[in-house]
Write a protein that binds this ligand. Structure first.
Ligand SMILES: [Zn+2]
Length: 90
């Protein structure tokens, strides 16, 4: 899948970014953490939980000042309208 493409490191601009899952133990439970890490400067981003890969990639790719350019929910309206379109004509 093409989704999840990473931008270069926000700190040093290096394109050499590695990512992968790692395990951690907390209170006797084993959890999975998704890590994105710059091989040049070592900047690291960890994300835990549902959809952690998507969230981590979004966070990594987010740059200062860009947060309000894509309002959350844009595009959802169309999907909702399409889903509720009724063909129940008799
Ligand atoms: Zn870096």
């Amino acid at each position: 899948m093409a989704k999840g493409k990473l931008k270069p490191c926000p700190l040093c601009g290096s394109p050499h970014i590695e990512r992968g899952f790692d395990e951690y133990i907390s209170d006797g439970f084993i959890g999975v953490v998704f890590k994105i890490r710059c091989q040049e400067c070592g900047m690291e981003l960890n994300e835990v939980g549902m959809a952690c890969t998507d969230r981590a990639v979004k966070k990594w790719n987010r740059r200062e000042g860009e947060e309000n350019k894509n309002p959350a929910g844009a595009g959802l309206e169309q999907i909702a309208m399409g889903a509720s379109a009724s063909e129940g004509q008799d």
